[in-house]
Design a binder for this molecule. Structure first.
Ligand SMILES: Cc1cc2nc3c(=O)[nH]c(=O)nc-3n(C[C@H](O)[C@H](O)[C@H](O)COP(=O)(O)OP(=O)(O)OC[C@H]3O[C@@H](n4cnc5c(N)ncnc54)[C@H](O)[C@@H]3O)c2cc1C
Length: 366
C-alpha cells in the first residue's frame, strides 16, 4: 500500500485539544468565547482559558468548533444568507438598518435596550424558550445566565466590558432541557455558535437547539484582571461595586459612578485589551440573525441590522407590538459604523501579517 493511502490526509478528528492548545490558546489567539467548554464535557475553565480535564487527545470537536480555526466567512455567509458578503458591505449582509429603542427606554440598558427587547419579544412569541445572557456580580465579573422570564432578561441588560465565556450558558440551557435557545453576545461568540449550527459532520448535536442569535457590535473587549485593578481601581480610584455603568462615547472609555464620570481616550486602553481580540475582523457580528450596536445612532438609541428571516421576523414583531420604536438609520451613522468595521479589519490584517511573520498562521478566510 502506498504511503499516502496508509496515512490519509488529517481530518478534524485528528486535531484534538493538543492542537487547540498549540495553535490557539498558547498563541494568545483564544477569544475565550466558551464554545469548546460548552460542547465538550472534557474541557473546563481554568483561570481565563479552556483546559482539558480528562484524557481524550483525538476527539477534535473543540478544534472544529473554535472560531479561531478554519473560520471560512464567505462559505458560512453563503449558507446563512445565500450569498457572500461584497467588498462594499463592511457591516455584513443585512436586509434592514434602523435606529431603534425600547419602550420605556429600557431601564438599565446600555443604549436603546433593543437587545433586551428583542429577546423578550422572542420569548413571549415562542420563538425561543430561554435566553442565554451575560449577567454580572457586584464586582462586575460577567456571568453567563439562562433567563426564562422577561424580568430575568431585563436584569442582565447593560454591557460588561470584560471577556466572559458566555457560550457556556448554551450548555447550561441544553442541560436544563431547553430546545429553542436564544443567545446574545459578541461577534466571536456568534461565529462560534454559527460553527456549531453549520458543521453537520461529524458532530451532529446541539445545532437544532440554537434558535436565535442576537449579535453585538464590538471593537474589542477587555481583560478583567488588567482593567479593574489598573484602570478602574488604581487610575480612577473606584471600587468595582461602586461602578454604575461603563460606556464608550465619542472616543472616550467612561466609567460612571453616582455623579462621577471618569474617562480616558479609548486609544489609551490598549494595555487592558484581551489579547485574543487582535485576530478579529468582525465589528458588526456579521453572522448574527440581528445585530445591535450604539455607533450610528443618537444617545439612548441602538443601531439595528436585521439580517436573516428569523432576525427580521423578531425585529418586526417587536415593532408591531410596540416593544420598540424605530426611525430610519442615518446614512452618516451607517457610514461611521462602516468606517469602524473597516478599521477593525485593517487591524486584523496588520495583526495576522505580524503573526505570519513569526510563523503563526491564522486560519481565517474573510
Ligand atoms: C465587549 C463589548 C464591546 C462593544 N463594543 C462596541 C463598539 O465598539 N461599538 C458599538 O457600537 N457597540 C459596541 N458594543 C455594543 C453595545 O455596548 C451594546 O451592547 C449594544 O448597543 C446593545 O445595546 P442595547 O441597549 O440594545 O442592549 P441591552 O438591552 O443593554 O442588552 C445588552 C446585552 O448584552 C449582553 N452582554 C453584556 N455584556 C456582554 C459581554 N461581555 N459578552 C456577551 N454579552 C454581553 C447582555 O446579556 C445583554 O443582554 C459592545 C458590546 C460589548 C459586550
Amino acid at each position: 500500500m502506498a504511503a499516502k493511502e496508509k496515512y490519509p490526509e488529517p481530518t478534524y478528528l485528528e486535531f484534538g485539544f493538543g492542537e487547540l492548545e498549540h495553535d490557539v490558546i498558547k498563541r494568545e489567539l483564544c477569544c475565550y468565547c466558551g464554545n469548546c467548554i460548552a460542547f465538550c464535557p472534557k474541557i473546563d475553565k481554568e483561570g481565563n482559558r479552556p483546559e482539558l480535564i480528562d484524557y481524550d487527545p483525538l476527539c477534535g470537536l473543540c478544534y472544529a468548533y473554535c472560531p479561531r480555526t478554519m473560520l471560512d466567512m464567505p462559505r458560512m455567509a453563503k449558507k446563512i444568507f445565500g450569498r457572500e458578503r461584497r467588498e462594499d458591505e463592511p457591516l455584513g449582509i443585512y436586509r434592514k438598518a434602523a435606529s431603534a429603542r425600547a419602550g420605556g427606554a429600557g431601564a438599565g440598558a446600555q443604549d436603546g435596550g433593543v437587545a433586551t427587547a428583542l429577546l423578550i419579544k422572542a420569548l413571549e412569541s415562542g420563538v425561543i424558550d430561554c435566553a442565554v445572557v451575560t449577567d454580572r456580580d457586584d464586582q462586575w465579573r460577567g456571568i453567563p445566565k439562562v433567563a426564562t422570564t422577561a424580568e430575568e432578561i431585563a436584569a442582565s441588560a447593560g454591557t460588561k466590558y470584560t471577556i466572559t465565556p458566555s457560550v457556556t450558558g448554551v450548555q447550561m440551557a441544553m442541560d436544563q432541557g431547553f430546545k429553542k435557545i436564544g443567545f446574545v453576545g459578541t461577534p466571536c461568540q456568534i461565529q462560534a455558535l454559527r460553527k456549531v449550527q453549520l458543521l453537520e459532520e461529524p458532530y451532529a448535536f446541539g445545532q437544532d437547539k440554537i434558535a436565535l442569535l442576537v449579535g453585538l457590535f464590538c471593537m474589542e473587549n477587555f481583560e478583567y484582571e488588567r482593567l479593574f485593578p489598573n484602570l478602574v481601581q488604581k487610575t480612577f480610584g473606584l471600587s468595582p461595586e461602586k461602578v454604575d455603568k461603563f460606556e464608550i462615547q465619542k472616543g472616550m472609555f467612561r466609567v460612571l459612578s453616582g455623579d462621577k464620570v471618569k474617562e480616558i481616550p479609548i486609544d489609551e486602553t490598549d494595555d487592558y485589551v484581551w489579547k485574543g481580540c487582535g485576530p478579529c475582523f468582525d465589528f458588526a457580528a456579521e453572522l448574527a440573525d440581528v445585530s445591535v450596536g450604539s455607533v450610528g445612532s443618537k444617545v439612548g438609541w441602538s443601531t439595528v441590522l436585521a439580517r436573516t428571516d428569523m432576525g427580521t421576523q423578531v425585529y418586526e414583531e417587536a415593532l408591531k407590538a410596540g416593544a420598540i420604536e424605530e426611525k430610519a438609520a442615518s446614512e452618516k451613522g451607517l457610514a461611521l459604523a462602516g468606517r469602524l468595521a473597516k478599521s477593525k479589519e485593517e487591524r486584523f490584517n496588520t495583526k495576522t501579517a505580524e503573526l505570519l511573520g513569526r510563523g503563526v498562521p491564522v486560519n481565517i478566510r474573510r
